[in-house]
Structure formats: structure tokens, C-alpha cells
Design a binder for this molecule. Structure first.
Ligand code: ADP
Length: 487
């Protein structure tokens, strides 16, 4: 039977986990975690600072050599057991995630499946880290290439996918044999605390994964970077924070993986199957209430079909039930905080001032909780702010175009390059788009591309490196060349 959320929270750790022990902040400080659907405080956690940061990174550094020596198969089996525990406990983990983050239970369950899958995938990758051996071209030297864990890693995650953003960093770090210091987002730390306990139960040794929750992100992460003990930083979050971290990492030449912002174009061609277009747009726009870096931010629609597409999309969007994500039947939960709602309100007002028409939604309700209704805007002007800003809310912005060249130009007119979507029944046209769109990922006739077995990541200011897929593990290993003369 699923426990109540109060019972689940009562068994969670304090918020700071060092060398296998939960502890209070050295300063004694705490912070509150709220339910965004009600504004209610659901937990109070230790609020870490510089002393806690130091204890965590020193532990990770001390544990690194011993952890790297654990056979790959053993590390793989820890991940595999953790995968099974997460799947077994889907319902209660989903309830916890919804309570702190707001997404409907069905989506939270989907995230548990997606997030757990990173552990299964990397449990399979752990034993397949490749090497190389060959003679040099002149025949005089044996060249042997091995791979070693990069070393202690700094992990920083955002609030929008509280489980999956953690597992897709922790999974490959464990598989590669890296120790970690981990700072989850302070809006949604509870899922991470649950995850730590699952990993302990699965057999993760003390000192491998050290966690510091904090409301002072810079006050914890900068000392980690400047400690000189970390060898890598992996971050998912906004581009401005990513740039600060890149600068800080340059001081110590840390390796970095950066999953930053997006501004995904979603192109509906004149030959699109409109049922496919609408269901893909619903997925690309409404997954996580639009609070995803992969969300369709600009929906570019061929002028010949924009009227019909807008009508069908509005029909679907208006039929969604908005409410507390823990209530069965809710399709759209609250946004994560009031600031997020205020930002959406400003972006919609600005678009309307610049000539956009509201097909549905467009006005926030009264009442408690950070709710914003599913909204469709059409004839959005290219100079509206939401064309260059991540909306991070349930607002579909439709923009007409007249030919493919114009759509490609508009789609690429952004400093971001995370994901693009194209909807077309013509294979040649869809492939042409996939080749010309500047993005790390392209979805054809689909609204979600994320999959642990594929490399997730962006180009341009959307980031550096890839998570998942065959290359995901490479971000956590260094190659070492051993040269041996032929005598
Ligand atoms: P979002 O808009 O998704 O909250 P942020 O980039 O602000 O994106 O946050 C993503 C993660 O980065 C969170 O865990 C946040 O606490 C952390 N963060 C924010 N500012 C800093 C900083 N100066 N140094 C390190 N981490 C930071």
C-alpha cells in the first residue's frame, strides 16, 4: 500500500548527506519546501553552507580511489538494484514528486519510469567501457588505451524533472566509478533525498554520493569548484547560470557537461497529418506543464493549415483539467512558483499587445496555487518576447510561415539549439529539415525525443556534451594512453 505523503516525508533524510550519514547544517540553518498546488509547507530541511560543502567534497575526494577499484560488475549491480527499487516504489515516489513539484501523478509516474531507466541503461554500460590496443603505424610501439573514471564530480540539477535529471548524472558517474557531490534544486529536493536512500539500500558504499541541499547555490558550488578536489562539473539549468559555472570551472580546468536552455521550434508543414501534428504538439508543449527545456516554444505553422491546426489544438487544450496534481484526473498541475506564473502572464500580455490572437486560455484564475490555464495564441509576431524567451508554461504560440526556407530561417533564428520538431508526411522534406535545423536533437512526427538510450544535449548556447546513449558514459571517463616499445 502506498504510504501517505506525510509518512513518506517523515522518513526522509535531513538534506545533507556526507559519508553515508544524514546530518544537520553546520550553521543549524534550515529552509522550507512548499507544495506549489496549495502553498503549504511540506518539509523543512538542513540549509547547507560552506562548511557542509567542504565536508562533502573532502569525502568524495577521499573515497575516489577505493570506489574506482570496485569491479564494474559490482557497480552495475548496485544500479540495477536501484532501478528495480525505483520501479517497485513508483507510486510513492510519484506522490512525493507531485507534492513538491506540481506535475500530475500520471506524469510523475512517467518520470519515475524514465528516470529509473537511466540506472538500467548505465548498469548495462558499466561493463562495456571500451579500450583500444594497436601497433603504432611505424610498428615500433604498442599503444594501449584504457579508460579511467574522471574523478570526483559536482552534480547540479534543476527542479523541473527532480528524479530524471539526477539519475542521468548519478547513473553514469556510478557506472564509470566516479564519486560525487550533488546539489539538487532547493524547490524540489525531496525526490533526491528519497533517491539517496534507494541507492544506499541498493548497496552504494558510504562516501560515494554526498548531497548538500541549500538555498545558497553559489555558496556551496563555488567552494566545490575552488576546492581543487573535483575533476568535473555536470549541470542542468539555465544558460546564464551555466555561463557563470563555465567561467568558474575555467579557473581549475574542470571538465564540464552543460544542459542549458532551449527555444525549440515545432514546424508543421503544409503536408502534415494534422492528427499527428496536434498530438505531437500537445506532447511537446504540455509535458510537465510546458516546464521543460525541450518544450515547443515557437510553433511555426504553414499558412495553409494554421487555421485548422489552431482550431484543433485549442479544442484539445481547452479540454484539459487544471488542478492539484495529486487528484486523479488532473491533466495540468500548477507551475512551480508564483514567479513562474508572473513571467507567463507578462509574456502573453506582450504577445497580445503585439497583435497575437488568443484562441483559448490567456487569463490566470484567482484562488491559491500557482496555476495558469492552457493557452493557445495565434498570429504571434516574430518580435514578441516569447519568441526569444523560454516560456516554461502551458502556452502554445503559433506563427505562420509561407515556405520551407522561411521556416528553416525562423527556426534557426535563436542562440539556442537543443531540440527541434518537424511534422510532415513527406520523408524527403522531413529529412531536409532534420539536416538544416540547428539542434542537438530533432523529432520527426513526434513530440518527445528524450530516451536514455539516445544522446540528449544541445548545440549553440544550449550546452556542451551529451547525457545518455552510447556517449553518456564518455563524459565521466578519461582515456589513458600507455605506450610500450616493441623490443
Ligand atoms: P531554473 O531556471 O531551472 O531554476 P537555474 O539555472 O536557476 O535554472 O537553476 C538550476 C540549478 O542551478 C539549481 O539547482 C540552482 O539552485 C542552481 N544554481 C543557481 N544559481 C547557481 C550558481 N550561481 N551556482 C551554482 N548553482 C546555481
Amino acid at each position: 500500500m502506498t504510504r501517505s505523503v506525510t509518512d513518506i516525508i517523515a522518513t526522509l533524510g535531513t538534506g545533507i548527506h556526507v559519508d553515508g550519514t544524514w546530518r544537520d547544517a553546520a550553521s543549524g540553518a534550515t529552509f522550507e519546501v512548499e507544495n506549489p498546488a496549495t502553498g503549504e509547507v511540506v518539509a523543512r530541511l538542513a540549509d547547507g553552507g560552506a562548511d557542509d560543502a567542504a565536508a562533502a567534497i573532502e569525502t568524495a575526494a577521499r573515497t575516489q580511489e577505493e570506489w574506482a577499484a570496485v569491479p564494474a560488475r559490482e557497480r552495475a549491480e548496485i544500479l540495477r538494484r536501484a532501478y528495480e527499487l525505483l520501479v517497485e516504489r513508483t507510486d510513492e515516489l510519484a506522490l512525493l514528486m507531485t507534492t513538491e513539484m506540481g506535475k500530475p501523478l500520471a506524469e510523475a509516474r512517467g518520470e519515475v519510469a524514465y528516470g529509473a531507466e537511466f540506472f538500467r541503461w548505465f548498469s548495462e554500460e558499466a561493463c562495456r567501457i571500451r579500450g583500444d590496443a594497436r601497433r603504432s603505424p611505424d610498428g615500433k610501439t604498442r599503444l594501449m588505451v584504457t579508460h579511467e573514471p574522471v574523478g570526483p564530480c559536482i552534480l547540479i540539477t534543476p527542479w523541473n524533472f527532480p528524479l530524471a535529471m539526477g539519475t542521468r548524472k548519478i547513473g553514469p558517474a556510478i557506472a564509470a566509478g566516479c564519486t560525487m557531490v550533488f546539489k539538487p534544486a532547493n524547490l524540489t529536493p525531496l525526490t533526491s533525498l528519497y533517491l539517496v536512500d534507494v541507492l544506499r539500500e541498493a548497496g552504494l558504499p558510504d562516501g560515494v554520493l554526498n548531497v548538500v541541499c541549500t538555498t545558497d547555490a553559489g555558496g556551496v558550488v563555488e567552494p566545490w569548484i575552488d576546492s581543487g578536489l573535483a575533476r568535473k562539473l555536470t549541470f542542468t539549468g539555465s544558460t546564464p547560470v551555466g555561463k557563470i559555472l563555465l567561467e568558474q570551472c575555467s579557473r581549475h580546468v574542470l571538465r564540464t557537461s552543460m544542459e542549458l536552455g532551449g527555444n525549440a521550434p515545432f514546424v508543421v508543414c503544409s503536408d502534415a497529418d494534422l492528427d499527428t501534428a496536434v498530438s505531437a504538439a500537445m506532447a511537446a508543449k504540455m509535458r510537465n506543464m510546458g516546464e521543460a527545456c525541450t518544450a515547443a516554444n515557437r510553433i511555426l505553422v504553414h499558412r495553409s493549415v494554421i487555421e485548422e491546426f489552431g482550431r484543433r489544438l485549442s479544442e484539445k487544450m481547452s479540454a484539459l483539467t487544471v488542478g492539484d496534481g495529486t487528484a486523479e484526473g488532473t491533466d495540468v498541475g500548477p507551475l512551480v512558483e508564483q514567479k513562474a506564473v508572473d513571467k507567463v502572464v507578462d509574456l502573453v500580455d506582450d504577445a497580445v499587445d503585439r497583435g497575437a490572437r488568443v484562441l483559448c486560455g490567456g487569463r490566470r484564475g484567482d484562488g491559491p496555487g500557482h496555476f495558469y490555464p492552457p493557452t493557445v495564441l495565434t498570429d504571434v509576431s516574430p518580435d514578441a518576447s516569447l519568441m526569444s524567451t523560454e516560456i516554461f508554461g502551458p502556452v502554445a504560440a503559433l506563427v505562420p510561415f509561407d515556405d520551407d526556407d522561411e521556416a528553416v530561417r525562423m527556426a534557426n533564428d535563436t542562440e539556442f539549439g537543443l531540440v527541434s520538431f518537424v511534422i510532415s508526411e513527406n520523408l524527403d522534406r522531413a529529412l531536409m529539415y532534420s539536416e538544416r535545423l540547428q539542434a542537438g536533437m530533432v523529432g520527426i512526427n513526434v513530440g518527445v525525443v528524450s530516451n536514455p538510450a539516445g544522446p540528449f544535449g544541445g548545440i549553440k548556447q544550449s550546452g556542451l556534451g551529451r547525457e545518455g546513449g552510447l556517449t553518456g558514459i564518455e563524459e565521466f571517463v578519461e582515456s589513458k594512453l600507455v605506450a610500450i616499445p616493441v623490443r
